[in-house]
Design a protein around this ligand. Structure first.
Ligand code: NAD
Length: 252
C-alpha cells in the first residue's frame, strides 16, 4: 500500500490545550498545519516548524466571518489548498458553572456564538477549498456531555448537542463533494485550560472517572489517534459519525 499524501489541515483553537495536541500529532504524521486561534497562533506554529513541520499560525476569532475568511485565504495561498478542518475552538474551560436559571441570556448567546456559529463560519469559509481537494475532511470537536447531560453547564451541553446535529446534517450535504464530516466526543480531559481554571477540582470526581471502563484521567494525547484516523484517506467511507473517546464512559 502506498503511504498517504499529506494533507493541509486547519485546526481552530490549535494554539493550546487539546487543539495543540492535535496539531503536534498531525504534524508528526507529515500533514501541513494551519493554526487558527485568538491568541498564540504564531508561537505555536513556530514550535511546530522548529520540530521540522510545515505550519503557519493565523490570528483568528472563529465568530468573525472576516477573520475566518482571511484564515482560509492565507492557508490556501501558503499551501495551495486546504484538505481538512478541525473545529476545535470552544468555550468550556473559562465558563462559570451554575444552575441554568442563573445563566444570563448574554452568557447563553456567547457560548452558542463560539461553539456553534464558529464551526458554521469556519466550515463555510473552507468549503470551496475542501471541494477542490477531492478528499476533504471536516472534524467537529463535540463532547460526551450531550449524552450524559451534566448539570450546571446547560448552555455548553446544548451547544455541543448542536455540534453533533450539525455534523450529521453536513455529512449528508457534503458527501457528493467527497467531503466526510465527523465529530469526536471527548470525555472530561485535563487540557491546559482545564488545569489553569482548576476545573478538575471544581467539577468533581464524578465527571472525571465515574462510569468509565478505563479508570483514569483523560489527557489530550488520548484524543489524537481518533483525529488522525478521521482525517486519513482510509476513513473515506466514514461520515456523519460521532466517535466518543472517553475511556468507555458512554456507548454511542
Ligand atoms: N477539556 C475537556 O474536558 C473537553 C471535553 C470535551 C470537549 N472539549 C472540547 O474540546 C475543545 C478544546 O478544549 P480545551 O480543553 O483544549 O480548551 P482550552 O480552553 O484549553 O483551549 C481552547 C483554545 O481555543 C481558543 N479559542 C477560544 N475561543 C476562540 C475563538 N473565538 N476563536 C478562536 N480560538 C478560540 C483558545 O485561545 C484556546 O487556544 C473545545 O471545543 C472543548 O469544548 C473539551
Amino acid at each position: 500500500m502506498k503511504p498517504e499524501q499529506p494533507k493541509t489541515i486547519a485546526v481552530t483553537g490549535g494554539a493550546s490545550g487539546i487543539g495543540y495536541a492535535f496539531c503536534e500529532h498531525l504534524a508528526q504524521l507529515g500533514h501541513r498545519i494551519v493554526i487558527a486561534d485568538l491568541r498564540g497562533a504564531d508561537e505555536a506554529a513556530g514550535k511546530l516548524r522548529a520540530a521540522g513541520a510545515r505550519a503557519i499560525g493565523v490570528k483568528c476569532d472563529v465568530v468573525s466571518e472576516d477573520d475566518v475568511g482571511n484564515m482560509a485565504r492565507i492557508a490556501e495561498k501558503e499551501f495551495e489548498g486546504i484538505d481538512g478542518l478541525v473545529n476545535n475552538a470552544g468555550l468550556f474551560t473559562t465558563l462559570a458553572l451554575k444552575p441554568f436559571d442563573q445563566i444570563t441570556s448574554a452568557e447563553w448567546m456567547r457560548v452558542m456564538e463560539v461553539n456553534t456559529l464558529g464551526p458554521f463560519n469556519c466550515a463555510k469559509a473552507v468549503l470551496p477549498a475542501l471541494r477542490k481537494s477531492g478528499r476533504g475532511r471536516l472534524v467537529n470537536i463535540a463532547s460526551t456531555v450531550p449524552i450524559k447531560g451534566p448539570p450546571n453547564m446547560a448552555h455548553y451541553v446544548a451547544s455541543k448537542g448542536a455540534v453533533i446535529a450539525f455534523t450529521r446534517s453536513l455529512a449528508r450535504e457534503l458527501a457528493r463533494d467527497r467531503i466526510t464530516v465527523n465529530a469526536i466526543a471527548p470525555g472530561f480531559t485535563l487540557s491546559e485550560g482545564v488545569l489553569q481554571a482548576d476545573l478538575q477540582n471544581r467539577i468533581g470526581d464524578n465527571a472525571r472517572t465515574t462510569g468509565r471502563c478505563i479508570q483514569r484521567d483523560q489527557v489530550p494525547a488520548d484524543l489524537v489517534g481518533a483525529l488522525a484516523y478521521l482525517v486519513s484517506d482510509g476513513a473515506g467511507f466514514v461520515t456523519g459519525q460521532t466517535l466518543a473517546v472517553d475511556g468507555g464512559g458512554v456507548f454511542l
